[in-house]
Design a protein. Structure first.
Length: 147
């Protein structure tokens, strides 16, 4: 594996963990949400995050990087710990933090797409950018409607 591909695979590990962390945060928020429409939209993001992780694993395989080593690297080097001490009153602030994570992921994926000459890998990463754009819109709409 070329060193650039190894670097890209390792950088993808950070995104992989952020997808997990965001799902954990959303799951925590959902324990305070009883409105079906909000629940449905946020749950959709959790599902998408799992799809993103699967796509990241496919990209890692395409870079000829061992997925089990990739997961191990991600888990060792990046934390998934989150604060679970928040109340219902903090839900609007946490929603804002989720939007910030989505913006970060969009920008991060944009930068990752610039690190490869492999057009197929670049296109897969760009699809993740598009997904994050949809999440940002969904969350901003949700925030303006309900929070």
């Amino acid at each position: 594996m070329a060193s650039d591909e190894k670097v890209l695979a390792r950088l993808l590990a950070r995104a992989y963990i952020v997808e997990i962390v965001e799902s954990q945060i959303i799951s925590e928020v959902l324990s305070y949400i009883f409105e079906d429409e909000i629940w449905d939209r946020l749950f959709r993001i959790i599902v998408d995050n799992e799809l993103h992780r699967l796509e990241i694993e496919r990209i890692v395989r395409e870079l000829n990087y061992d997925v089990s080593k990739f997961r191990e690297y991600a888990e060792i080097n990046f934390t998934t710990e989150r604060c679970k001490d928040f109340s219902e009153e903090l839900v609007p602030q946490i929603m804002e933090e989720i939007i910030k994570l989505e913006r970060w992921m969009k920008k991060y994926y944009e930068k990752l797409s610039e690190l490869t000459d492999d057009e197929n890998v670049r296109e897969k990463i760009r699809k993740l950018v598009e997904w994050e754009e949809k999440h940002i819109k969904l969350l901003e709409d949700l925030k303006s409607e309900f929070f």
